[in-house]
Unconditional design. Structure first.
Lengths: 332, 247
């Protein structure tokens, strides 16, 4: 991303933010629901991007953490607790569970780790479904209230969309800070070469657990917003397919790229809507589009951009080398 | 001169194979000790046992008189022991400067201060200095994966010095490095050895490099120490000639 001039990047960012605030003002209820869903899924995908994209730890359990956050928020807010408190509880809870889920990653990696997290995903689903005393079982929890933020009711779709968007903004800033801090560098070291990282004093155990815990906590945040967004939850949305969807968002957007999850979530949430005019074929077209994209660019959408910028750098560098070489020959 | 590192009767077995078979030696403060021997004689395994990458089957490692056997690599690194690997070990997607900052950051502050503090952990200056020292200036912002093999080898060595180590174990630093770069590398190692008073143990097959760089040389064969002494002594040792140097 370093190929663009800074003022241009800032201008582009401001336009996008302004667009996200202004354009939806005359959206209908359904349009706002979809856009809010995009914001919520972006948060969950950012969490997974941290665990998988930056720290290189495969997880098929992000959907389960969205579920944990959603149930925490649903149970608490239907018992009269304010949503911000529920969000904090969701963060703490999914952070702690994510930390524990990180322990297998200290022993197994890659697809073995995928299976461990997959098992956890199934376990979480069974808890949501079977522990009716807590979760309402298959009947779920209904009438989940939307919060009052600074005294403003967010019952209507537009104010609640702004709640989701604001939360996305806060999470984005926090993740940006984390990625550019030494922690972010240590996460990438974990992904690229854990053996070398250890020999440079990087406590790979602690950073692995942190990568899982923080990524999971963001899943929890997303869940805690999802519950008041839909105002009704049951176990079905939090089964394995949500984890797979979130994984796809990260991969399609570009794992390990900061803006990957925003794009990935946009494609996963909005593209099916845009393809709806094709009626029965939309899911097929969607599947084919995703396959073609990944054949063309295995590193996702942002991988295309990155490749282009890398090629430009390589060209510039080889031009420099050619000059250096000719100088060397003159000396000899 | 006191011993920085004391290794006593280190053993490492892999199944029925005894890769390191009771090796004892010490490394004196400020020296450059060469470690040579035929392929498969246990040099790298010995390094891995000393540095906690492998758990030795027996024996003891002492750092400044403290037993450090079984400590994890990250813990040993925090105590001032650093290393390079035989095969290239840089972080290909990070830039040269980022590689160096990473190599030093865990020695700055603690987990919390590294989260809330400066993005570069205050190391950009030190990284730039190291970049200049290893003549990588024009490559500072390039991803390390795009560098030539020899340049990556230099970066790899530079990374080992970022934490300000007292003892550095270098596993074939000269392997695959061209002759002109090699003399650069040697100059750098000697300079760091003198200026920072860092102690080195160097595994190397390039005899000229070892003999001119090291104050003492240890020769291993089949998991055991075959000889130890000044380079000229070792070179004349009949057992060493038989096992390694050839006639």
């Amino acid at each position: 991303m370093s190929g663009f001039a800074k003022p241009l990047k800032i201008a582009l960012g401001l336009i996008v933010i302004a667009g996200l605030i202004i354009v939806p003002m005359n959206f209908n209820r359904y349009g706002l629901f979809i856009l809010s869903q995009w914001a919520v899924m972006s948060i969950a995908a950012m969490g997974l991007n941290l665990t998988l994209g930056y720290a290189g730890q495969v997880s098929l359990a992000q959907g389960a953490f969205v579920g944990i956050g959603a149930y925490a928020a649903a149970i608490m807010t239907t018992h009269g607790w304010p949503l911000p408190v529920a969000i904090v509880v969701a963060i703490v809870l999914s952070f702690a569970v994510g930390w524990v889920l990180g322990y297998p990653a200290l022993r197994v990696q890659h697809h073995y780790l995928a299976f461990v997290t997959l098992a956890f995903s199934t376990l979480a689903f069974l808890v949501f479904r079977n522990e009716s005393w807590l979760t309402g079982g298959i009947y779920g929890i209904s009438n989940i209230p939307r919060p009052h933020i600074f005294g403003i009711a967010t019952n209507k779709p537009l104010p609640f969309y702004y709640v989701c968007l604001g939360s996305l903004a806060i999470v984005s800033l926090a993740v940006w800070w984390l990625i550019r801090s030494p922690w972010g560098r240590a996460f990438m070291a974990l992904r690229e070469n854990p053996l070398r990282a250890q020999s440079l004093g990087v406590d790979t155990r602690r950073y692995t657990l942190m990568a899982f815990a923080i990524g999971s906590a963001l899943g929890g945040v997303a869940g805690a917003l999802y519950a008041p967004l839909t105002q009704y939850i049951d176990p079905v949305p939090f089964n394995l397919s949500l984890s797979l969807d979130l994984l796809m968002m990260v991969i399609v957007g570009g794992a390990g790229f900061y803006f990957g999850p925003f794009l990935g979530a946009m494609i996963a949430v909005l593209l099916p809507e845009w393809l709806r005019f094709t009626e029965g074929y939309y899911l097929m077209l969607y599947a084919v589009a995703v396959m073609l994209l990944l054949i063309w660019s295995p590193t996702g959408i942002l991988g295309i951009l990155d490749r282009y910028l890398a090629e430009r750098r390589t060209k510039a560098a080889s031009a420099l080398r050619a000059v250096a070489k000719s100088r060397l020959e003159t000396v000899q | 001169m006191s011993a920085v590192l004391e290794v006593t009767s280190i053993k490492k077995n892999f199944g029925g194979i005894s890769a390191v078979d009771g090796v004892s030696f010490d490394v004196r403060e400020g020296e450059i000790l060469g470690l040579i021997g035929p392929n498969g004689c246990g040099k790298s395994t010995l390094f891995n046992c000393i540095l906690g990458q492998l758990t030795p089957s027996g024996g003891e490692v002492k750092l400044d008189g403290q037993v450090v056997t079984g400590l994890r690599p990250a813990e040993l690194n925090k105590l001032g022991v650093s290393r390079t690997f035989q095969l290239l070990q840089v972080f290909p997607k990070l830039s040269v400067r980022e590689n160096l900052i990473l190599a030093g950051q865990e020695h700055q502050g603690n987990m919390a201060s590294r989260l809330v503090g400066r993005s570069d952990a205050g190391l950009t200056g030190a990284a730039n200095q190291m970049i200049g020292f290893f003549k990588l200036d024009h490559l500072a912002d390039e991803p390390a994966g795009g560098l030539s093999y020899g340049q990556q080898k230099l970066l790899d060595a530079a990374m080992a010095f970022m934490g300000g180590p007292r003892l550095v174990l270098l596993d074939e630093p000269a392997g695959g490095v061209n002759p002109s770069m090699l003399s650069d590398l040697k100059d750098r190692l000697v300079a760091i050895n003198r200026e920072k008073n860092a102690t080195f143990v160097v595994i190397e097959h390039n005899m000229e490099f070892v003999m001119s760089l090291c104050s003492r040389v240890m020769v291993m064969a089949e998991g055991k120490v075959l000889a130890m002494g000044r380079p000229d002594e070792v070179r004349k040792n009949p057992a060493v000639i038989e096992a390694y140097l050839g006639h």
